[in-house]
Ligand binder design. Structure first.
Ligand SMILES: [Zn+2]
Length: 120
């Protein structure tokens, strides 16, 4: 689901917004299309508190990446540095996606108005 951007502006305003978006768009080397999940779990020791009503172990941080329907890449992020890198990469990717989505909605509106999409 995409966020819906306002495209009810004047054609000039849409073109200005488009120029601004294009100037902001940047491919960053850490782009990561993924999600982070936190899990608490029980360990393998039968006599541990986690099997007797005590707190489970964790949180453990996992990265998940949906590659296709039913095909998910998932692994444990062991270090805080990995977790931080994942968070940043995901956020950068999300921002990029939003900018591209807004650009796409502006282009659709310009097309609807019979305006050219490339050039100024
Ligand atoms: Zn345990």
């Amino acid at each position: 689901m995409a966020r819906i951007y306002s495209t009810s502006k004047s054609t000039l305003a849409l073109r200005n917004r488009k120029r601004f978006l294009l100037s902001q768009l940047k491919i960053l080397p850490d782009f990561l299309r993924a999600s982070l999940v936190e899990r608490f779990s029980r360990c393998g020791k039968a006599n541990c508190r986690c099997h007797h009503g005590g707190d489970k172990h964790g949180p453990f941080h996992y990265l998940t990446q949906c590659l296709a329907v039913g095909k998910i890449n998932k692994f444990l992020l062991k270090t805080p540095s990995q977790q931080q890198s994942a968070q940043e990469g995901i956020e950068h990717y999300r921002q990029f996606q939003e900018q591209v989505e807004e650009l796409s909605q502006i282009n659709a509106e310009l097309l609807r108005r019979g305006e050219p999409l490339s050039g100024e």
